[in-house]
Design a protein around this ligand. Structure first.
Ligand SMILES: Nc1ncnc2c1ncn2[C@@H]1O[C@H](COP(=O)(O)OP(=O)(O)O)[C@@H](O)[C@H]1O
Ligand SMILES: [Mg+2]
Length: 236
């Protein structure tokens, strides 16, 4: 479904990601791991269309989307849950979902909104509450809900569990598992390595803008060199 071919990208002349290639088959999930500054967010932003491309290609269902505007990528079925969530904190839950689905017909909006509330009953209970007044976990659910309003086939999630209470981490991963079950393809950036490896069947590890490892989660768990990557990251 998604293929990165020797992708190099960054911000203007700055290079953040160099020569990264990976494949993400439909209905599969991939954990993108690595220390701070490794280029995980930049990779996701490139897939969404928010970086400067220096080389390589991004293919989505065999279509070259390397230089397609972000909104066209959303129309193709790609959605992002951004790092830090980027909600409209003064708007209510309902209003944030409206923003997510602003290109939808009234009918699709209604159906998709109900899907979000079914997946996250906590959001349903807080429809009139402002996003900024909710807990971090509830805000993460809303960020996921907003992304789901566009009916994505590919969901990109940048730092799902960062800063959340353990109970909320569980709820967010439960929701993700339900989406996976429904057939949504998932690319997950996650600092909780154990959690990510348990969730996703494939893993890529980035260091300093390049791929350091690419394989199955099972292989990653058995690879001792990878532990060095994370241990050195922990001491940064
Ligand atoms: N907006 C930006 N402008 C310039 N450089 C950036 C920007 N965002 C990130 N970078 C740089 O790109 C590199 C990769 O960062 P990032 O993709 O955020 O890593 P990660 O998500 O793995 O922590 C870092 O060196 C970072 O300083
Ligand atoms: Mg990041």
């Amino acid at each position: 479904m998604l293929r990165l071919e020797n992708l190099s990208c960054g911000y203007g002349p700055v290079v953040a990601v160099e020569d990264v290639s990976f494949d993400l088959p439909a209905h599969s999930s991939l954990a993108l791991l690595g220390p701070n500054g490794a280029g995980k967010t930049s990779t996701i932003m490139a897939i969404m269309g928010h970086t400067t491309i220096h080389g390589g290609r991004i293919l989505f269902n065999d279509q070259d989307i390397t230089r397609l505007p972000p909104v066209k990528r959303v129309d193709l079925g790609i959605a992002l849950v951004p790092e830090g969530r980027r909600l409209f904190t003064d708007l209510t839950v309902e209003e944030n979902l409206t923003v997510g689905g602003y290109r939808l017909s009234v009918q699709r909006d209604k159906i998709n909104r109900q899907r979000v509330y079914d997946l996250f009953p906590r959001l349903s209970d807080r429809r009139k509450q402002t996003a900024g007044s909710m807990s971090g976990g509830e805000q993460q659910m809303l960020a996921m809900g907003r992304a789901l309003m566009t009916e994505p086939k590919l969901l990109l999630i940048d730092e799902l569990s960062l800063g959340l209470m353990p109970k909320m981490v569980d709820l967010c991963f439960d929701a993700l598992a339900a989406l996976k079950q429904e057939g949504v393809t998932i690319l997950l950036v996650e600092q909780n390595t154990a959690r990510a490896l348990d969730f996703a069947e494939n893993v890529c590890v980035m260091t300093s803008g390049s791929l350091a490892f690419s394989g199955t989660s099972k292989q990653a768990k058995a690879d001792e060199n990878l532990f060095d990557v994370f241990i050195s990251a922990a001491h940064e």
